[in-house]
Design a protein around this ligand. Structure first.
Ligand SMILES: Nc1ncnc2c1ncn2[C@@H]1O[C@H](COP(=O)(O)OP(=O)(O)O)[C@@H](O)[C@H]1O
Ligand SMILES: [Mg+2]
Length: 356
C-alpha cells in the first residue's frame, strides 16, 4: 500500500499544503511544532476518518477556517478524502463516492502507527490496551467495529437512563429490558472477537518480541472477560440493582481487561523502561505482521519520533530493522534532528521531506 500524494486544506497547522511521497522510507524533518505529527495524523484520517489523538474534529480545523480536508492519492488510482465542516459534520469519499458507513472503509488502508504516547498502553489503565486492540481488530474485521459502535451507542443510552433517574423508583425497567436484550448478543460477539483475535495475534507477538530481544524473557498477554462466562446473562441481570445504585453499567465488554506480563510479572510494575519500550515495539510489529498477512498487502507504517530516548546502538538496530528488504512497505518517520536521521539513513535511499 503506497500513499503517493497528500493534500491538506485547513488541517491543524496547515492552511494549504501538498506533499509527494516515495514508496519506501519517507523521513519528515522539522523543528518541534512544525507539523510533523499533524501530517501523520492527516494520513491516519484517511484510514480511520478520525484523529489518532485525543482531539475533536473541530479542534483540528486550522485556526480561523470553517472546514478541513485531508486528501490522499494512493497507488492503483485510489483516492480518499476526509472532510469535516463545522456545520455539516464529516464526510468520507472514496474515489469520489461518499462512504456513509465509515466502518466499511476502516481496514481498506491498513495502518500501523506508533507515537511517544504509546507508553500509556503499558503504564495506564486497561482502557488504553483495549483501545489499541480495538483499533487492530477493527482493521481486520468490519463486523467487530460495527458491533463495537452499536454496543457503545446502547451503553451510552442505558447509562444516560441510569443517570437521569433521581431515585430507583424512576427507573423504567421495561426500557432497561429492551436495552439489555439488544446489548447481550452484541456484548458476546465483542468479547469473543477479542478473544479470537488474540489467539492469532499472540504467536505473531511472541515472534516479534523474540526478534527484538535475544534473552530468555517471556512476554505474555492475558485477556479477562466476564462476558465469556456461560453465566454472563444472569450476572448481567443480577447486576442491574447495583447498576441503578451506581448509575452506570458495571459489567460488560467495556470492562474487559488485558494484562501484559514479562516472565509472569506485570510489566507495568516491574518492567524497566527499555523492556516496556521493546514490548510496545513488539506489539506494533506484531500488528503489522498480522495485518500484512490478513490483507495480503503491507500496511503504512507511521513512526512518530521513534528515535527519541533511544541510544545510538538502538537507533542503529532500528534503522537496520526498518531497512530489511521486503518486510515493510511505505514508512513515514518523523525526526526533529535533521543530522541524526541523515547520518543513520545515509546508506538507504530515503525521501527526506523538510517540514516548515
Ligand atoms: N487547529 C489548529 N490550527 C492551527 N494550528 C494548530 C492546530 N492544531 C494544532 N496546531 C499547531 O500544530 C503545531 C504542532 O504540530 P505538531 O505536528 O505536533 O509538531 P511536531 O512537528 O513537533 O510534531 C502546534 O504549533 C499547534 O499550535
Ligand atoms: Mg511531533
Amino acid at each position: 500500500m503506497n500513499l503517493n500524494q497528500l493534500n491538506l486544506t485547513g488541517f491543524k497547522n496547515y492552511a494549504e499544503a501538498s506533499f509527494d511521497f516515495a514508496p519506501g522510507i519517507n523521513c519528515l524533518i522539522g523543528k518541534n511544532g512544525s507539523g510533523k505529527t499533524n501530517l501523520l495524523d492527516a494520513i491516519y484520517y484517511l484510514a480511520f476518518a478520525k484523529t489518532a489523538f485525543n482531539t475533536t474534529d473541530a479542534q483540528n480545523i486550522h485556526n480561523g477556517q470553517s472546514s478541513m480536508t485531508s486528501f490522499g492519492k494512493f497507488e492503483n488510482d485510489l483516492v480518499v478524502a476526509c472532510n469535516y465542516e463545522k456545520r455539516k459534520g464529516k464526510t468520507l469519499k472514496v474515489n469520489g463516492e461518499e462512504e456513509k458507513k465509515i466502518s466499511n472503509h476502516v481496514g481498506a488502508i491498513p495502518i500501523v502507527m506508533t507515537t511517544p504516547d504509546d507508553t500509556d498502553i503499558i503504564r495506564e489503565s486497561s482502557e488504553y490496551r483495549k483501545k489499541f486492540f480495538d483499533g487492530a481488530i477493527a482493521q481486520m474485521n468490519h463486523d467487530y467495529l460495527k458491533n463495537l459502535i452499536d454496543f457503545n451507542k446502547l451503553l451510552k443510552q442505558r447509562n444516560e437512563h441510569l443517570k437521569k433517574a433521581e431515585d430507583p423508583n424512576q427507573i423504567n425497567h421495561t426500557l432497561l429490558d429492551t436495552y439489555d436484550a439488544k446489548m447481550l448478543p452484541v456484548a458476546g460477539r465483542i468479547s469473543a472477537g477479542r478473544n479470537d483475535f488474540l489467539k492469532t495475534y499472540i504467536p505473531f507477538f511472541e515472534k516479534s518480541y523474540a526478534s527484538l530481544h535475544k534473552t530468555e524473557e517471556i512476554p505474555s498477554i492475558i485477556f479477562k472477560s466476564d462476558v465469556l462466562s456461560e453465566n454472563f446473562p444472569n450476572q448481567f441481570s443480577d447486576s442491574r440493582k447495583r447498576d441503578i445504585l451506581m448509575q452506570r453499567t458495571l459489567i460488560g465488554p467495556h470492562r474487559d481487561q488485558y494484562d501484559f506480563l514479562l516472565n509472569n510479572e506485570a510489566i507495568k510494575k516491574f518492567g524497566s523502561q527499555g523492556q516496556q519500550k521493546t514490548f510496545i515495539i513488539g506489539l506494533k510489529l506484531a500488528e503489522f505482521d498480522m495485518l500484512s498477512d490478513a490483507k495480503g498487502k503491507r500496511p503504512l507504517l507511521l513512526l512518530d519520533d521513534i528515535f527519541d530516548k533511544l541510544d545510538d546502538d538502538r537507533i542503529a538496530s532500528m534503522v537496520k530493522l526498518l531497512s530489511a528488504q521486503k518486510r515493510f512497505g511505505q514508512i513515514f518517520i518523523t525526526d526533529a534532528r535533521r543530522e541524526r536521521s541523515k547520518t543513520f539513513f545515509k546508506k538507504q535511499s530515503v525521501n527526506f521531506i523538510e517540514i516548515k
